[in-house]
Design a binder for this molecule. Structure first.
Ligand SMILES: Nc1nc2c(ncn2[C@@H]2O[C@H](COP(=O)(O)OP(=O)(O)O)[C@@H](O)[C@H]2O)c(=O)[nH]1
Ligand SMILES: [Mg+2]
Length: 311
């Protein structure tokens, strides 16, 4: 590892290299993260979530343009729901974002979920922190999904943007219990295509069921991501939410929550790493056999394993 790559703020090439290390040489990638972590905490993380095909990537493309025109740097993490059976090939989700190719103020990275729960892979946190440390002002995290287990993004993002489109009637119903509660801004995209206004009314109906006491009332913005219509309104809604976060103290509270999440993730990573390197240890093999045979339960085995290798 060359120290220069650690210190260069705003250098997307060294950022790309460090992020690649997270996959290829995790201990090196994490070593860099340790050294730059003190620079984190400045980026505004915006989660962009919703069903496949609603136009999340297209909207991100437009949001990059909008933030860039204000002089802000933008990082994008696109989380692909790659099948756990294919082992998680990294698919480029750059197609609709390629307008920004060559702009040193934009850094786009796709990550595979590797079949982990909740939609975000372990390294997503590291990538977000690295982008933050390397000076990205805004980090857009694209995740697919509308299930309740997809609410992971809410634990990472300051602002959650839920993207829908006209004609998603059933899915809107399904959303009620899950993402509805975590979304701060709703977008009905493809307003050029269908009855977006009617959908706004439906959505308002669903949202009005929420407790009145909620300090932030999520706005609903109609957009056409292919033409950029509604983008000013969307950016305005995002800005208002950010101002709300800061004035309510929520911005700082999120930092605390994120710190807790980071700690538990790091513990999991280190413990798993410790176990994975010892899978062929005869003692571990013995425990596996005993669990299979039913003579040992997995919790007792896990406790014994951590006791033995956890140091
Ligand atoms: N007509 C119309 N098509 C759109 C709009 N936004 C995105 N699309 C198209 O919808 C398809 C899916 O868009 P994409 O951004 O990849 O959606 P994602 O899967 O949510 O990221 C693409 O063919 C886009 O060109 C829109 O506002 N209007
Ligand atoms: Mg996409």
């Amino acid at each position: 590892m060359r120290p220069s790559e650690v210190v260069e703020l705003g250098d997307v090439r060294s950022l790309a290299r460090v992020i690649r290390w997270l996959d290829d040489a995790p201990e090196v990638g994490r070593e860099v993260l340790k050294r730059v972590y003190h620079r984190t905490g400045r980026a505004w993380v915006i989660g962009v979530t919703g069903p496949a095909g609603v136009g999340k990537s297209s909207l991100i493309n437009q949001l990059i343009r909008a933030f860039r025109s204000e002089g802000r740097t933008v990082g994008v993490v696109a989380v692909d729901p790659t099948s756990p059976f294919t082992g998680g090939a990294i698919l480029g989700d750059r197609i609709r974002m390629q307008d920004h190719e060559g702009d040193p103020g934009v850094f786009i990275r796709s990550v595979a979920t590797r079949g982990q729960m909740g939609g975000l892979s372990r390294s997503t946190f590291d990538i977000i922190d690295l982008m933050d440390a390397y000076g990205m002002d805004v980090i857009l995290v694209e995740t697919v999904g509308v299930g309740q287990d997809e609410t992971d993004v809410a634990r990472v993002a300051h602002t959650v943007l839920l993207v829908l489109m006209p004609g998603l009637g059933d899915e809107v119903q399904a959303l009620k219990a899950g993402l509805m509660e975590i979304a701060h801004v709703f977008v009905i995209n493809k307003k050029d295509r269908g009855d977006a206004e009617r959908m706004r009314q439906e959505l308002r109906g669903v949202l009005s069921l929420a407790p009145e006491a909620r300090p932030w009332r999520p706005p609903i913005v109609l957009t056409d991501a292919t033409r950029g219509a509604g983008l000013d309104e969307l950016v305005q809604a995002l800005r208002e939410h950010r101002a709300f976060l800061e004035r309510s103290g929520e911005w700082d509270r999120r930092r605390q929550q994120y710190a807790f999440l980071r700690l538990t993730e790091a513990v999991r990573t280190l413990v798993m790493q410790g176990i994975e390197t010892r899978l062929h240890d005869p003692q571990v093999q013995e425990w596996i056999q005993a669990i299979a045979a039913g003579t040992l339960d997995p919790y007792s085995a896990a406790a014994a394993l951590i006791e033995r290798f956890g140091k």
